[in-house]
Each structure stands twice: as C-alpha cells, then as structure tokens.
Design a protein around this ligand. Structure first.
Ligand code: SF4
Length: 338
C-alpha cells in the first residue's frame, strides 16, 4: 500500500463532493501507518493488516499516518502509555519518567487533522496510547492501571474533530457484523457527502432518505420514522441546519449492526413489492428462503440475491434503487458473512 498525500479541507462536517480518489475511483480512508506495513512502531516493526492489504485496498484508497512519527518521536523509541485521569489522560514514557509528552504528540498531529476532512472513515491500531479507539489502559502513579479505560490521544482528537466519521479498530473488523457495519457506514457517509452535502437541498435530502429507507428499517425503525418527521418539518428550518441534524441522526441510526430479526422483516417487506407481479408459488419459495436465513441456515446473501433477481424483472425503479439491496460493492462478499 502506498503512503498517499492527504487531501486538505477546513471543515468539521465535510462539505466537498470530491471524496473519491480520482484516478482509482476508490473511497479515501485513513489508516494507522503501522497497519499499512510501515515500520513505524516503537520497536521499529509494523503490524500489517492482511484485511486492509488484500481486501479493503481494492475499494479504499488508504491515507496512512503515524501520529507518533509525525510528532518527532524516533523509530525505534521507548514505549509510551497514558497516565493520570482516564477522562483526560496524559502521555508519558512507560519507564516511569515524569516527562509529559502530551503536547509534543498533539502539536505533531494538529495540522494534519485539518487535512482529514475528505476521508470517509478511519481504521486505527488497537491498544495504542495514540491510535487506540477503545479500552486503552490509563496508569495510576502506583503503576497499576485504572479500571476505567480510555482512548488514544490521536483517536480522541479525530473523534472530536469529525464526530460523524466512521472510525474502527482493525482488530474489531475481524468480527463479521462489526466489519459489515463499518463498511456500510463508510459508504453511507460517502453517499451523504457526495449526494447531499455537496449542495444541500430539500429534494436531495428526501431522495437520500428514500434510497436508504430499507437500510434504516433494518437498523432502527424508530429512527427511520423520526428522520421522516424531521424532513416533514424541514421547510421551516434553514437547509444547512436541517442537513446537519439529519446527518447526525442518520449516522447514529446505522451505528450498530442490524439484527437478524430486523433483516428478516425488511426482506419480507421488500417481498411485498412482488405481490402483484410474481406468482404465489415463487413468492412462497422466497419466503421459505428468508425463513431459513432467519433460522441461521442460510446467509443473508441468499434471500437478497433471490429478491434482486425478481426485482430486476418485476420491481419498480423505486425499489430497485434501494441502497439496502447493494449498500457496498458486492465483491466484498459481506452479505455472505451475515
Ligand atoms: S502511533 Fe499509531 S500508527 Fe504510529 S505506530 Fe503507534 S499505532 Fe501505529
């Protein structure tokens, strides 16, 4: 994987449509440099991710960055850890030196953060006092870790600066449901940025909401209805305020993986569109396949493929254009894992 130049932007909620790498047609995603195979770890090594290198790199253009190297720490370097208050930890050397390294690290990545506005997601290295997204240990003066865990200082700054951007630790992507949910959020974030944020309008918000109807239903029906009501009241609000509120609620609605039960309901709902055009026996067969998915006998890809086959012939444009049917490139094979 190449270390790409980061694209510059100056906005916390991104506004530019140009989020796709022009030459490759891939989506721009940030990546901890050690996961890309760069020898930047404290011990001079790397932790190259095969998932990123062999699979995701076919669709994502990785923008690699190591906040510790950017801050001027050498490679190799003494190990570092978080210390003090877990709600506001500081960075120091593990050796017990009292030197506070927090400012050095944050000064090193501050300018770089401004260049991450056109990323559609970020994959981080776990357990790092800089990059770890969750469960990073914070040590007390007596050398023992607090029970309460924290987040690496760079990961926290990234989350503060871009609160809606999908972030995930590489290790968690080995869980099929978390992996699928991360990729789905990356593409949804990308679609919203390019289709709505580029030039917000009521028409674009409604078109986006319509195309994500079944994705939302599968994740959170209450949120789907709430978002619909938000758009219903929309004309009374300034379009930029409405767009920002919609984006926040939308990303929150899809932040957790959809359950098997909700997928099943969504598939049955879509099957209803074939009621008038497909013979009853064929619909019963599809319903049987959906039932087997619900029972865990078949993966999600089986009823989805069957439905898509019939919708291609008998479905309206509205249902064929639903993002639920193809929320990300089919070649990632994610629906095989669910
Ligand atoms: S600071 Fe982040 S990118 Fe750099 S070596 Fe540590 S985990 Fe990897």
């Amino acid at each position: 994987m190449n270390n790409q130049t980061i694209i510059a932007t100056d906005s916390a909620i991104p506004t530019s449509p140009d989020t796709m790498h022009k030459a490759s047609g891939k989506i721009n995603i940030g990546l901890s440099a050690c996961l890309a195979g760069h020898e930047v770890r404290y011990n001079g090594g790397h932790t190259q991710s095969r998932l990123c290198q062999n699979t995701l790199s076919k669709h994502f253009q990785f923008k690699t960055f190591c906040p510790e190297v950017a801050a001027g720490f050498s490679t190799p370097r003494p190990t570092m850890r978080l210390t003090g208050d877990p709600d506001s930890p500081t960075l120091s050397y593990t050796s017990g030196s009292s030197e506070n390294l927090t400012d050095q690290l944050t000064d090193g990545f501050r300018h770089k953060l401004e260049q991450f506005g056109e990323l559609d997601g970020y994959i981080l290295m776990r357990n790092s006092p800089s990059c770890g997204l969750e469960r990073v240990k914070v040590y007390q003066e007596n050398g023992y870790p607090h029970e309460k865990k924290s987040r690496g200082l760079f990961a926290q700054a990234l989350r503060d600066r871009f609160p809606l951007m999908p972030l995930e630790e590489e290790g968690r992507l080995h869980d099929a449901r978390l992996y699928e949910n991360f990729v789905l959020r990356v593409y949804a974030y990308h679609h919203f940025r390019t289709e709505v944020l580029a030039a917000p309008s009521m028409g674009k918000l409604i078109a986006f909401h319509s195309s994500y109807k079944y994705v939302l239903m599968a994740h959170n029906q209450t949120a789907y209805r709430k978002l619909g009501r938000l758009l219903g009241r929309g004309a009374k609000q300034a379009i930029n305020t409405l767009t920002a509120e919609y984006f926040q609620q939308f990303m929150s609605a899809i932040s957790k993986p959809a359950s098997k039960k909700n997928h099943t309901n969504t598939l049955l709902h879509i099957l209803g569109y074939l009621r008038k055009s497909v013979p009853s026996q064929a619909r019963q067969n599809i319903a049987e396949v959906i039932k087997k998915y619900h029972q865990g006998v078949l993966p999600l890809v089986t009823p989805l493929t069957l439905l898509k086959h019939y919708l291609e012939q008998y479905g309206s444009d509205y249902i064929r254009n639903q993002r639920y049917l193809s929320p990300y490139p089919e070649s990632l094979g994610l629906a095989n894992l669910l």
